[in-house]
Design a protein around this ligand. Structure first.
Ligand SMILES: [Zn+2]
Length: 292
């Protein structure tokens, strides 16, 4: 039986079919339609093209167990819709759906950089900060589907320069995502230096030796380490796997273990931090794995 995965993103939808051995036997990418109905029928067509098999779908946001409606997605047309129900009707099969960062985490835990570790904490650091937690090969989703939402844990141990805490789109203040993300990096750099440039540009300048850019990345790293050390106080994962655009920065990942250790409860913890193996394909591969 093939495992079909779909990864819905803001600009593209990826499809994959994995053989029983885990090899990709079908892959397709299309642009994301603008309307909700367009998205539902496009996913239906991708699954038809992939053929028979189980269907797992990863998408931004999550399913409310209470109402059966999709919520918190940055693809706004999907919010408040019976997304899973409509997709099942379009596809004609039962589908499993999960938050996209959770799919990423599952993929990396099963046959990616977290393979072989019992407890895997996954971060995707891009425009936003996504997270996922996998224990013994199973996603930890939680009673309300909110486990592993590391981006909306609070920035731990803020220093004097970090007050007042920044507002988050979720309605609270001080969420980790507002600091540990490409968007957060750019805003922090602007606040401190007055230079309005993208996260990507800051990284490029830091590599060129720009002192201000290096300082901005150092602040990001320190905050990232605090967020990770805070998570270690709850689950002390065997490995942290880092994906997303900022994970392409080897120096960011390389220095994290020693910084996490500094913020750990004992002050000496040895954190293992690795970069994701499957890159942006982790999302669709993890969606295909939702059926096990
Ligand atoms: Zn938030």
């Amino acid at each position: 039986m093939k495992r079909i995965g779909i990864d819905l993103g803001g600009t593209k939808i990826d499809a994959i079919a994995l053989s029983a051995a885990g090899d990709a036997v079908f892959e397709k990418r299309i642009a994301t339609p603008r309307s909700y109905d367009g998205i539902v029928s496009a996913i239906g067509e991708l699954v038809q093209a992939a053929g028979d098999g189980t269907v797992g779908i990863g998408a931004p946001g999550s399913l409310s167990r209470k109402t059966g409606l999709w919520r918190n997605a940055n693809i706004l047309v999907c919010n408040g819709k019976p997304f899973q129900h409509d997709l099942q009707a379009a596809i004609g099969r039962t589908v499993k759906m999960e938050n996209d960062a959770n799919c990423f985490a599952l993929s990396e835990a099963i046959d990616g950089a977290g393979q072989g570790y019992a407890v895997v904490a996954f971060f995707t650091v891009g425009t936003a900060l996504g997270g996922g937690l996998v224990a013994n090969g199973k996603l930890v989703v939680g009673a309300n589907g909110e486990a592993g939402e590391f981006g909306h844990t609070a920035l731990p141990w803020p220093n004097e320069t970090e007050w007042p805490l920044l507002p988050c789109f979720c309605g609270k203040k001080g969420c980790a995502e507002q600091y540990v993300s490409g968007t957060g990096l750019a805003r922090d750099h602007l606040r401190v230096t007055g230079e309005d440039v993208s996260g990507k540009e800051i990284v490029a300048r830091a590599r060129g030796g720009d002192v201000n850019a290096v300082a901005s990345l150092t602040r990001l790293q320190d905050r990232f380490a605090r967020v990770a050390a805070n998570i270690a106080c709850v689950v002390d994962p065997d490995v942290f796997v880092i994906g997303g655009g900022l994970s392409e920065l080897p120096e960011l990942v390389e220095q994290l273990p020693q910084l996490i250790s500094r913020y750990s409860f004992s002050g000496t913890a040895e954190a293992r931090v690795v970069r994701a193996r499957h890159g942006e394909k982790s999302g669709v591969r993890g969606a295909a794995r939702l059926w096990g």
